[in-house]
Design a protein around this ligand. Structure first.
Ligand code: NDP
Length: 447
């Protein structure tokens, strides 16, 4: 096999059978990194890329709990401790019925590069369960979270591994897990991020991923002397990231016209304003209802059974739901309708075909590991505040977040600028994230 990426991937596929999302994430990185390693052979003999693609440790465990009817339920829990070269493992927990080993390994792998890009000292990890919080009562969610932590607590710690939220894990779930950790360990430490403000959380953490995604879009637009002002934006999802991406985009003068959930999407041609967004936040975070209720209330278009809004004309697309939510055909449709900016809030939302389309058309394409790094960066700021036992103001955290997003953008430009001055943010993010981790691994020897 002549192509080194194909040869490398053949081994990855044999070693990690059936884990298609993991293969996808590793291949995308290998395509950027392999040529860079050829130019920098010091990374070749120590097999840095091969080592980065092998998790340091994987923990899989049983999570038994009792539902409100008294029936025993059994879920599976996971924690992937991927890489600790530059700091404690750090990355979210996902509770969703589709969770499996391959999905968590792709997320943990991406997290290593993303955390490195933030410039903060955080290694990469990810975890979660096939538990579905949807339709469960608060008591059921609490019992599940407690059982999950009954095993996870022995593997994590403020200096070892610091989980956070992700799909299906918000402030409610973090609260229940933190409570159980504290009870089991008899200590109050910064072992989870995304905590409530009264008990060690950071201002701006809930907003951070969506705000960062929009700051990144603005940075990309600035490279072409443009801005978000008056741009039509489509957003997918209606959870944590989507809500705050919408909020920040509105604040920056853009018009957001769509939101979605797994049942369908709404298209509000008048734009979602602050009052309508407040309705969405209450609907999703308190009532835990469906996005269709927005269309009922504001009498706009609702497309049932289609969870992605990529056929709605826009200039800026802000995916914020889940992986592989933009395929090649969606990408073509976006471009045909005038979209020239894609800033990813979700992790790996674009399939390889979609990425190819974006790069072929030379649009401003910000991959998730750069564009959504604001969330974990602010988790890092929460860890700093926990260590100092000193909270920062909202403005201070937001300023730091904004600066980190600018720095990540600058790193992408440094490593991703091509001969014709086109910025390939895929290469920029992958190489920029790789170098710091690789240097630390070289320095620390074969461990
Ligand atoms: P939430 O659980 O708050 O919201 C997820 C949203 O996406 C919901 O609207 C959900 O709809 C929709 N969704 C989830 N899975 C699917 C699916 N398979 N098909 C269609 N729609 C789906 O999660 P977050 O907002 O926290 O996360 C969204 C994305 O952002 C994820 O990819 C996550 O990994 C990424 N991310 C999150 C960070 C964070 O800080 N929270 C940090 C960095 C990245 P429904 O309710 O119907 O399931």
């Amino acid at each position: 096999m002549s192509n080194p990426v194909d040869a490398f991937m053949a081994k990855i596929i044999v070693k990690n059978p059936g884990e298609v999302e993991f293969h996808q994430a590793v291949k995308e990185v290998a395509e950027s990194i392999m040529p860079f390693i050829q130019e920098n052979p010091k990374y070749l003999y120590p097999k840095i890329l091969e080592r980065i693609a092998e998790p340091e440790r994987i923990i899989i465990f049983r999570v038994p709990w009792m539902d409100d009817k008294g029936e025993i339920q059994i879920n599976r829990g996971y924690r992937i401790e991927m890489n600790s070269a530059i700091g404690p493992y750090k990355g979210g927990l996902r509770f969703h019925p589709t969770v499996n080993l391959g999905i968590l390994k792709f997320l943990a792998f991406e997290q290593v590069f993303k955390n490195s890009l933030t410039t903060l000292p955080m290694g990469g990890g990810k975890g979660g369960s096939d538990f579905d919080p949807k339709g469960k009562t608060d008591n059921e969610v609490m019992r599940f979270c407690q059982s999950f932590m009954n095993e996870l607590f022995r593997h994590i710690g403020a200096n070892t591994d610091v989980p956070a939220g992700d799909i299906g894990v918000g402030s409610r779930e973090i609260g229940y897990m933190f409570g159980q950790y504290k009870k089991l360990k008899n200590e109050f430490t910064g072992v989870l991020t995304g905590k409530g403000l009264e008990w060690g959380g950071s201002l701006i953490r809930p907003e951070a991923t969506g705000y960062g995604q929009v700051y990144f879009a603005e940075e990309m637009l600035n490279t072409r002397g443009d801005s978000l002002k008056d741009k039509i934006c489509t957003v997918s999802g209606s959870g944590n990231v989507a809500q705050f991406a919408t909020e920040k985009a509105i604040q920056m003068g853009a018009k957001v016209v769509t939101l979605s959930d797994s049942s369908g999407y709404i298209y509000d041609a008048d734009g979602i304003d602050e009052e309508k967004l407040a309705f969405v936040m209450n609907l999703k975070n308190v009532k835990r209802g469906r996005i269709k209720e927005y269309a009922d209330k504001y009498r706009c278009k609702y497309v049932e059974g289609k969870s992605t809004p990529w056929d709605v004309p826009c200039q800026v697309a802000l995916p914020a739901a889940t992986q592989n939510e933009i395929n090649g055909a969606d990408a073509e449709t976006l471009i045909k309708n005038g979209c020239f900016v894609v800033s990813e809030g979700s992790n790996m939302p674009s399939t390889p075909d979609a990425i190819e389309v974006f790069l072929k058309h030379r649009i401003l394409y910000g991959p998730g590991k750069a564009a959504n790094a604001g969330g974990v960066a602010t988790s890092g700021l929460e860890m700093s505040q926990n260590s100092m036992r000193l909270p920062w103001t909202r403005q201070e955290v937001d300023n730091r977040l904004h600066q980190i997003m600018k720095d990540i953008h600058a790193t992408c430009v440094k490593f991703g600028k091509e001969k014709d001055n086109y910025i390939n943010y895929v290469n920029g993010a992958n190489i920029g994230g790789f170098v710091k981790v690789a240097e630390a691994m070289l320095a620390q020897g074969l461990v």
